[in-house]
Design a protein around this ligand. Sequence first.
Ligand code: MLT
Length: 254
Amino acid sequence: MPRRIHVHFLPSLIPNGTLKNSVAVVIDILRASTTILHSLHHGTRSVIPCLTIDDAQRAAAQSNTKGPALLGGERGGEKIAGFDLDNSPTSYSRDAVGGRTIAFTTTNGTKALHAAADAKQVLIGAFSNLNAICDELISQRNSIDLVCAGTNGEISSEDVLFAGAVVDWFGRLESESFDLNDQARIAGAFYQSTTGETGAGLLNTVRESRGGRNLTKLGFDADISLACEIDTIPGLAIYDPRTREIQYRPKTIQ
Ligand code: MLT
């Protein structure tokens, strides 16, 4: 039977009950998924995704067992008053986050993670670990659901581009056939037309997206380049809704 790869351009477009037999990959390229991954790669013990600022403050207060937890995230793209860290991947250096737990809340990314919590397994997808994600997905026999976070209920091109990169990666395999929904086909075609054979075009398209323009306006242009660097992190960020934690698993690519 062809393996199912379905893309959802927004969490609200996930048909009810479809994730329970799937691996879900949650995508918020600008910037929650990129930031979570960079943070874990730099030694964060775990990230706790929270829907609200109050939730994050409560989670931080409750998880003080291994040293005080940090608060990270954004509203309107900027650091939340009283938080330790904003939502820029560059803020999550080893010095800043090594060994710490981070209670983390963002406008769209953490909502998308909660929307995917029914899935068998939840991975966080970013261009920084594209190959690790695809390698993990191919090693499992599960259906795949790629969940784009979008921005305040609108589709974000950078999230669709990442979903398209995964569809494109699988499309290059000659050994398997796939059951793609129309959103997966659109995402794959968008990625191919954007990147061409050389991979050029990704950064410009992401920079020109609404999220990209907004980050440039806020002075975070460097985050866009970082978010578009492919395969800089050889590991997985895995969300376990039962423990509420996202943790890092290093991955040797086959
Ligand atoms: C979000 O979750 O809405 C984003 O990550 C926003 C941002 O770029 O800071």
